[in-house]
Design a protein around this ligand. Structure first.
Ligand code: IPD
Length: 270
């Protein structure tokens, strides 16, 4: 039986290799390979190449595990463990030369469905920022690895000043009115709002206490699989619609007090 820590160690090695490839390709210039759900929803040639590298390395090291990636789809395994991968989370930042993009790799146990799985290991690596966030179930969340790694903890909520809260807007223009209405309901809880452009980094920043909270509608499993475990291991809560798990309908992450307030504010109309 492999421990969550072993899985995180493997994910860390692969994420570093994949992130360096993404960074190198960025320096050589970005080629948009296709659009997906909407014209604004792009995939670069690097997204595909980086996912192929991650998939190939995992197949070599863990041939019995399943795979569920943003660009190359899903394949069932026989070990009960599935790797959930976003090769470049923050693709639009990547295409525009904004350094807030990250390789996100999670290992989950059980059905490869975010409403059912149990996350075991998580790595979010932002190569252009030189930061790696990682967590193993039951072992805490960390910035970096080895003896210099820093233990992460969510920020204690100070309701008087309001929270620094991040959000995102899906690529489909039809959903923007709803996103903005939700944001209006959250504003009374906020000291200010951030739109970083990478859900994996939004979640990692909640874990690191750089943000008080984060919410977004329309995320895919690979956007939040790793970041959600990192938040939980840093003492935060992650959920979706009231009482539910994070998912496409809604993802909320924050320290325990702000989480309850965010959930209530968002649910007031949803
Ligand atoms: C996107 C980013 C973005 C979020 C979108 C995601 P991608 O992932 O996480 O912050 O607002 O909903 O799809 O497309 O860059 O992998």
């Amino acid at each position: 039986m492999t421990s969550p820590t072993d899985l995180t160690r493997l994910a860390t090695d692969i994420a570093r290799e994949a992130g360096e490839l993404a960074r190198r390709r960025r320096g050589e210039g970005v080629r948009i390979a296709a659009t997906k759900s909407a014209l604004a929803d792009i995939v670069t040639a690097a997204d595909r190449e980086v996912e192929a590298l991650i998939r190939g390395r995992l197949a070599q090291e863990r041939p019995r595990d399943g795979f569920f990636g943003e660009e190359s789809g899903a394949e069932q395994g026989s070990s009960g463990i599935t790797w959930v991968v976003d090769p470049i989370d923050g693709t639009v930042n990547y295409a525009y030369g904004i350094p807030s993009y990250a390789v996100s790799i999670a290992a989950v146990e059980g059905e490869p469905d975010p409403t059912r799985w149990r996350a075991l290991a998580a790595v979010v690596f932002a190569p252009a920022l030189g930061e790696l966030f990682q967590a193993s179930a039951g072992e805490g969340a960390w910035l970096g690895t080895g003896p210099d790694a820093q233990l992460l903890a969510v920020r204690a909520h100070a309701p008087e000043a309001g929270g620094l809260i991040a959000t995102g807007f899906g690529y489909d223009p039809a959903t923007h009115a709803g996103d903005l209405a939700r944001l209006t309901r959250v504003m009374p809880l906020a000291r200010d709002i951030r739109r970083i452009g990478s859900a994996a980094l939004d979640l990692s920043y909640v874990a690191a206490g750089r943000l008080d909270g984060y919410f977004e509608r329309g995320l895919h499993p690979w956007d939040h699989a790793a970041g959600a475990l990192i938040v939980e291991e840093a003492g935060g809560r992650v959920g979706g619609l009231p009482g539910g798990r994070p998912g496409n309908d809604l993802t909320i992450a924050a320290g325990p007090d702000l989480f309850v307030a965010l959930e209530a504010a968002i649910a007031a109309r949803d």
